[in-house]
Ligand binder design. Structure first.
Ligand code: PLP
Length: 469
């Protein structure tokens, strides 16, 4: 399998190369040259596989430059009950109204990002080891991504993590999760500033080509192809769990921000998984809902981006969206390039002429949820089904309830556990969210963090000091 760029300016690469790459050299995103097609016989053969076996079969189609035995060992090491809390890895629950909930948040940081990031950690260690290289991951986080990256990379050979976060702006739970890690290869840096300051520092350090090469600076952001493809697996697993036979169809409802999660659903559907509709749920930051309703994509400015109670969906533009648009444009890289030039100029683009195709051929529909909707949904699901859901998952359930058709088998993706968002759970239910085993007293553990002014030179000096020459 070869990978090409959505903007057409990259010589074809293999999986291990795009694994370590951020953006393609032309500013586009890596995509497989074509989607492997899963026929009925293969779907039947996959129905009863364990999560790890299914992952091995699916990933093997995309990562065919890794020897099969090595890939199998990596996948078995990743998708274990000891890491994800249950042998099924992603158990499926049915709510009182028949809507199903696919649990994706039982990994070490209690959010679905662990599903892909845990694999990424093992893949990085393997590929870097084989090449005799090392990588210093520099990232900025306001919450879920940073902790998922640190828990995936902790203790891994050849990898160090330098994670910037805005001082005092994360929740006490998130701070405790990240700062209590004692591994030598994990470095937390709290920046006196906002999330944007952290992101600017990452950009400034990465723009220093000499430093970037000398210190092997890399990233793990959501446009990483390996993260997207790892997520394809749970759409298959969720489909099998929600149906009795491969004659049935399922619709997935996905709380969305950067479009990484639902992009994996689009890929699973394009591979031939019997998916009816892909329901995109947004919060008040509704750039994606606006697109799927109108065909117009109008990224917001930072000032227009609202801080909400489902913060991991507070985005102004959706970084993985370009992958779907590439397919929608019939894989015409020239057209994608022109559309994103228009995004860069602040104008966005208008594909309203293709609205019917987006819904009919690709199955996309969307809806939006607000703070009041989240609170109401958390209360109703608790009262009717005895399940406490987190605010992001609640956005999904609210939109699924609004859009579900008669007889439609809808699976909502659970993207985090409520324990991470206690404040909103208290507001909705008047009590704390349940805490999974092993997280008791998290906030009391010793914390390790270096506080610094928002200055790229200081961050560079810190990296220099901590990377053995
Ligand atoms: C990252 C995240 C999302 C958004 O996922 P995308 O892949 O960016 O669309 C939703 N909910 C939670 C809890 C997240 O951490």
């Amino acid at each position: 399998m070869n990978y090409i760029s959505t903007r057409g300016g990259m010589a074809p690469l293999r999986f291990s190369d795009v694994l370590l790459q951020g953006l393609a050299p032309d500013g586009g995103l890596a995509m497989p040259e074509s989607y492997p097609q899963i026929d009925r016989a293969r779907l039947d053969a996959w129905r009863d596989l364990s999560y790890a076996e299914l992952a091995f079969n699916i990933l093997g189609l995309f990562a065919d430059d890794i020897p099969a035995d090595d890939l199998r060992a990596i996948v078995e090491r990743t998708y274990r009950a000891e890491v994800f809390g249950a042998a099924e890895i992603t158990p499926l629950k049915t709510l009182s109204d028949g809507i199903k909930l696919l649990e994706l948040s039982n990994g070490p940081t209690l959010a679905f990002k662990d599903m892909a990031m845990q694999l990424l950690g093992n893949l990085f260690e393997y590929v870097l080891g084989r090449r005799g290289q090392s990588l210093n991951i520099l990232g900025a986080t306001s919450g879920d991504t940073g902790s998922a990256a640190e828990y995936a990379m902790r203790g891994k050979r050849n990898v160090r993590v330098f994670m910037l976060s805005p001082e005092g702006r994360m929740s006490a739970f998130q701070r405790a999760q990240m700062f209590s890690l004692a591994d030598d290869n994990i470095h937390n840096i709290a920046i006196r500033g906002m999330f944007d300051d952290c992101q600017d520092i990452v950009k400034a350090v990465s723009a220093d080509a000499g430093f970037k090469t000398a210190f092997s600076i890399g990233t793990v952001n959501s446009i990483n192809w390996a993260r997207v493809v790892a997520q394809v697996v749970y759409y298959f697993k969720g489909y099998f769990a929600a149906t009795a036979s491969n004659d049935e169809k399922v619709s997935f409802c996905v709380p969305s921000g950067n479009f990484g999660n639902v992009c994996a659903g689009h890929i699973a559907r394009s591979m031939g998984l019997p998916v009816d509709r892909l329901i995109v749920a947004t919060n008040e930051n509704d750039v994606l809902d606006e697109f799927f309703r109108s065909g117009r994509y109008r990224p917001r400015s930072g000032a227009e981006t609202r801080v909400t109670s489902s913060p991991s969906m507070d985005i102004s533009k959706a970084s993985n969206f370009e992958r779907f648009i590439f397919d929608l444009c019939g894989r015409d890289a020239g057209e994608v390039k022109a559309l994103w030039a228009s995004v860069a100029s602040g104008q966005g683009f208008d594909l309203s002429a293709r609205r019917e195709e987006i819904a009919e051929r690709y199955g996309f529909v969307s809806g939006r949820s607000t703070h009041a909707d989240r609170l109401e949904t958390i209360r109703r699901v608790d009262a009717d089904s005895g399940v406490v859901v987190d605010p992001h998952t609640a956005d999904g359930i609210k939109v699924a309830r609004d859009l579900r058709r008669d007889g439609e088998n809808v699976v909502c993706l659970e993207t985090a556990l409520p324990a991470k968002f206690s404040e909103t759970i208290r507001e909705a239910l008047g009590r704390d969210a349940p805490r999974p085993d092993g997280f008791e007293g998290l906030e009391q553990r010793e914390q390790r963090v270096t506080v610094m002014d928002a200055d790229a030179e200081r961050v560079k000096a810190f990296i220099r000091d901590h990377v053995a020459a």
